[in-house]
Unconditional design. Structure first.
Lengths: 347, 228
């Protein structure tokens, strides 16, 4: 189990990167940490690995307080964490097999045992035939597989992944995430994935935390977080294209169908509206099945405000989240976002 | 050499039979002995420079600045001046200031800082992420220096050593002119002072051949160990 209590990190010079992070990740969970750039994700991961120490608060992994151990103990604590990097960071001078064996060499594992373990790991990540290849002879996805095998070599309890798929294409990303889930199921390890890609969270994570300005704004099981419309994280996880320009007086109904609603599936929503005689064209929509539950986000564009209100009423009755948005609100939201983006560019 | 032979000068000049073989060997010994000393002392100095520096494993800004200035002083003194000013030190180390053995002392002093800088540059090219990844495995600094920094930068270090050896060849010629022996001495004493054009030509051609062999070998070695 990983437990962070009131973790603060203030850099010399006064920048507060982490401002009281509280987070508990139970054993065997795949936990996604998302946040905009500058939110403190990198600092958090450096503190988790013990490469950097927190200014105050405690970080405990399997009962070991990382802030309190030094020297040999810190080195052995680091060995209980396997780390997967965005740029993999394999040594170019070593073959895939030698890269995977590296943590074992450092831990002083004898050569014969090392060889057995490396063969096992290559098999585990599906690269048994590439043992003697150098990193330059491997594709991006294969390199990351070697990176994951290397991270698992010393049998860590925790696998820490820092943007593991950000340098990979979509198909390879899916394969790597599948591999991570499979490894968790087989080995029972706890996985932390730090990412800015919501797709990674949707596809791989059991739970998710949103890091904003150095603290956890929202944390919870993936489905709970998606169903909770009170924070922007839900909208980012199941995203729709930005709302197109609306004429004054036009209205839009934003709909979120979650596991909590009384609809059997998203398709039922349309027949329900038809039964009430309040149909509206769909402007945009996403439907996904996450962990067995159907999640749908729709933008409906009814002809007039009266129909919009009626649609909202019918849906809310069925436990579906629905909100009527007017043109004026959309414009205000867009202005606010532009200000946000401008601010971010200035930083 | 073919041109010289056609003139009928090449085989007649007794310098070729009596002095050339010894001069070639002297140049080779001078370069080889200096090369070994430079590798043994310059490599650790380069590693120390990199790791004391801002991106190293143990940054010590003040120590780095001092070592760095010393290295730059060593590199900026013209070799001929360095050689003359080191004569007392050379006598102390070797017992004499003449002969190829004596020349090895100033040659080493001049080449060590040169090579150390090249090593430092090669180490700087090693991605910090690789060092961090191995640090995460719980590795010691010693392990990181040997297995990550030096191993990953080895193609660059071999390239730097080749450049150093080639530079050394030209320094040996200069050392030869002031009592160090070798092809440089032959070229100066016979080729220049006795107007023997054929001796001069032979020395130059031989030096070019030695440099070409060195460069070719160095490039090949760097390519064999480079898996990037």
């Amino acid at each position: 189990m990983i437990e962070l209590t009131q973790v603060r990190k203030v850099f010399p010079g006064g920048v507060t990167a982490l401002d009281g992070v509280d987070l508990t990740i139970p054993d065997g969970e795949i936990h996604g940490i998302v946040g905009r750039s500058g939110a403190g994700k990198s600092t958090l991961i450096r503190c988790l690995t013990g490469l950097d120490s927190a200014t105050s608060g405690s970080i405990t992994i399997d009962g070991v307080d990382l802030g309190r151990v030094r020297g040999a103990e810190l080195m052995s604590a680091r060995r209980s964490i396997g780390m997967v990097f965005q740029h993999v960071n394999l040594l170019d001078s070593r073959t895939a097999a030698k890269n995977i064996a590296h943590p074992l060499e450092i831990a002083g594992v004898p050569a014969a045992a090392r060889k057995r373990r490396v063969d096992e790991l290559l098999e585990l990540v599906g690269l048994a035939d590439r043992a003697e290849s150098y990193p330059s002879q491997l594709s991006g996805g294969q390199k990351q597989r070697v990176g994951i095998a290397r991270a698992l070599a010393a049998e860590p309890r925790v696998l820490l992944c820092d943007e593991p798929t950000s340098a990979l294409d979509a198909a390879t990303t899916r394969q790597i995430l599948e591999l991570i889930r499979e490894l968790r199921d087989r080995l029972g390890i706890t996985v932390v994935i730090i990412t800015h890609e919501m797709g990674v969270v949707r596809e791989a994570c059991d739970a998710v935390s949103l890091l904003t300005e150095g603290s956890i704004e929202r944390t919870g099981r993936l489905l709970d977080v998606i169903s909770d419309t009170s924070t922007p994280l839900s909208k980012e996880l199941i995203a729709l294209p930005p709302i197109s320009a609306m004429e004054p007086g036009e209205t839009l109904v934003e709909v979120l169908v979650t596991a909590g609603s009384r609809l059997a599936d998203v398709g039922r929503l349309f027949s329900l509206l038809a039964e009430h005689g309040v149909e509206a064209p769909v402007e945009a929509g996403t439907v996904e099945t996450i962990q067995g539950a159907q999640i749908g986000r729709l933008h409906l564009r009814p002809d007039d405000a009266g129909t919009a209100e009626e649609i909202r009423r019918v849906l809310v009755e069925q436990g579906v989240h629905a909100e009527v948005t007017t043109a004026a609100q959309v414009r205000a939201f867009a202005d606010e976002h532009q200000a946000d983006d401008a601010e971010e560019e200035n930083q | 050499m073919i041109i010289a032979a056609q003139d009928g000068l090449f085989l007649e000049n007794e310098v070729f039979a009596n002095q050339l073989p010894a001069a070639i060997l002297e140049t080779i010994f001078m370069t080889a002995a200096t090369g070994i000393i430079v590798a043994l002392l310059g490599l650790p100095l380069g590693i120390a420079l990199h790791n004391l520096g801002p991106k190293g494993l143990a940054p010590r800004p003040k120590t780095y600045r001092v070592v760095s200035i010393l290295v730059d002083i060593g590199r900026s003194i013209p070799f001929i001046v360095l050689m003359i000013s080191l004569i007392p030190f050379t006598r102390f180390m070797v017992g004499t200031a003449l002969g190829w053995q004596a020349a090895v002392v100033p040659l080493s002093v001049g080449a060590i800082p040169f090579f150390a800088r090249l090593v430092e540059n090669a180490l700087r090219e090693v991605d910090a992420g690789k060092v961090e990844a191995v640090k995460m495995m719980g590795a010691s600094s010693r392990h990181i220096m040997r297995q990550v920094q030096v191993r990953e930068a080895l193609p660059g270090i071999v390239g730097g050593f080749t450049v150093t050896l080639v530079a050394l060849i030209s320094y040996t010629a200069m050392a030869g002119a002031v009592g160090g022996g070798g092809l440089g001495a032959l070229a100066y004493n016979y080729g220049y002072q006795r107007y023997q054009g054929d001796t001069m030509l032979a020395c130059v051609v031989l030096l070019v051949i030695i440099v070409a062999i060195l460069q070719w070998t160095g490039d090949r070695m760097a390519r064999t160990i480079d898996h990037r």
